[in-house]
Write a protein that binds this ligand. Structure first.
Ligand code: NAP
Ligand code: BGC
Ligand code: ZN
Length: 358
């Protein structure tokens, strides 16, 4: 079967031929429909994040998949069920994080991530998965089911951010998303349509006309250009934010968020930057944290419950927004477009097979 992989010493994806995987006991065989591409895939291609499977010279890409159960192989699924796989797998048998369903909280070495860290991904015509890592979704979500994994990332991050504000009465009104990539825009749409924010903002570094700025404004949100208003001045130019969601991977934003938060606010950090040394005023930031009861939470990956919540969330996002977000669904003969990293591309997916309802 065809699969899309990055080979060692290469930085672009190639189509390779690999055998159709065989499902072990407890695993289902899934025919892949579509697999989304995000900033992490670009980082994996550039060699900035992730790891090849042990002893191998290529990594099959893709962690945002949706597929159809081809062979349930004795699992709870039926042929034709539409499913989305979670990303993490245990590296050597199971461990305590996986046993309690919290693989998303496992530290380095206690997980592989399919398509990212140490395990092949889902960008192949078929994949297998243990049934506990497959989440069934409604058939009408087959076309956009590749958005469930990224939405689940935000479900987890918001759960953790809100948990940090649960010891007192917190009634957030303002929220800012840092980053107008696909994760940032999906999150902005969630804050507008699923969460109760009265005012939302989204930070980028682009000139108009730009499709992400159009999407931000169509959502009813305010675009903030970081070249005019750096994050640590946002509270002076606009307002202190009750919630900040960092999705730029720009390391300074982690620290500038502390200043941009309103008293009692919380920042969720999602970006995965590479090493970068710079100066900060640690004393002022430390004081700001303490005297204004601020919190920062880091968050990575997501679990089965976050995937379920993400499917409900996807159903609540407006169709016009989703149409503007997904700028292309490409077959294997147009990988160039699927992995384009330019200003006209927001979210793309690779289509491995077409969905036909049985
Ligand atoms: P992406 O498409 O690369 O988006 C990043 C966006 O941030 C881009 O639109 C970029 O703008 C913008 N940006 C970068 N630096 C900026 C700056 N200084 N000022 C204003 N805007 C800036 O990536 P993504 O898929 O949306 O993901 C966002 C980040 O989250 C990545 O670092 C990714 O690795 C990470 N991530 C983490 C998790 C997790 O579990 N923690 C999950 C998914 C993704 P331009 O396009 O104009 O350069
Ligand atoms: C994926 C997560 C993964 C993270 C770090 C993200 O793009 O969506 O599942 O945990 O990258 O590798
Ligand atoms: Zn991702």
């Amino acid at each position: 079967m065809d699969a899309i992989a990055v080979r060692r010493d290469e930085q672009r994806p190639s189509v390779i031929d690999v055998p159709i995987p065989e499902a072990d006991a407890g695993e289902a065989l899934v025919r892949t429909l579509r697999v989304g591409v995000d900033g992490t895939d670009q980082e994996v291609l550039r060699g900035g994040h992730g790891e090849f499977p042990e002893g191998e010279d290529h990594l099959i890409l893709g962690h945002e998949a949706v597929g159809v159960v081809e062979d349930p192989n004795g699992t709870r699924f039926e042929e034709g069920d539409v499913v989305v796989p979670t990303v993490r797998r245990p590296p050597n048998g199971t461990n305590a994080y996986f046993e309690r369903g919290e693989a998303h909280m496992a530290p380095d070495g206690e997980y592989h991530e399919r398509g990212i860290v140490g395990a092949h991904g889902f960008m192949a015509e078929y994949f297998t998965s243990p049934e506990e890592f497959l989440v069934e979704i409604p058939r009408e979500q087959a076309a956009l089911g590749f958005l469930i994994e990224p939405i689940s990332i935000t479900e987890k991050a918001l759960e953790h951010a809100y948990a940090s504000r649960s010891a007192f009465e917190w009634t957030p009104e303002s929220a800012m998303v840092l980053g107008n990539g696909s994760l940032g825009l999906l999150t902005l749409a969630m804050l507008e349509h699923v969460h109760p924010y009265e005012r939302t903002y989204c930070l980028g570094r682009r000139d108009r006309p730009d499709p992400t700025i159009d999407a931000i404004e169509a959502l009813g949100s305010t675009y903030v250009d970081s070249r005019e208003t750096p994050v640590n001045e946002v509270h002076e130019v606009h307002e202190g934010m009750d919630l900040i969601y960092e999705a730029t991977g720009y390391a300074r934003h982690a620290f500038e968020t502390i200043e941009a938060l309103a008293p009692n606010g919380v920042g969720a950090l999602l970006g995965v930057p590479e090493p970068w040394e710079f100066e900060i005023d640690g004393g002022t930031l430390h004081e700001e944290f303490v005297l204004h009861n601020k919190a920062l939470v880091g968050s990575v990956n997501s679990g089965v419950d976050h995937f379920r919540a993400a499917s409900d969330t996807l159903a609540q996002l407006p169709e016009e927004f989703l149409d503007s977000l997904v700028t292309g669904v490409h077959t294997l003969d147009d990988l160039e477009s699927a992995f384009a990293d330019d200003d006209t591309t927001i979210k793309t997916a690779v289509e491995l097979s077409a969905y036909e309802e049985r």
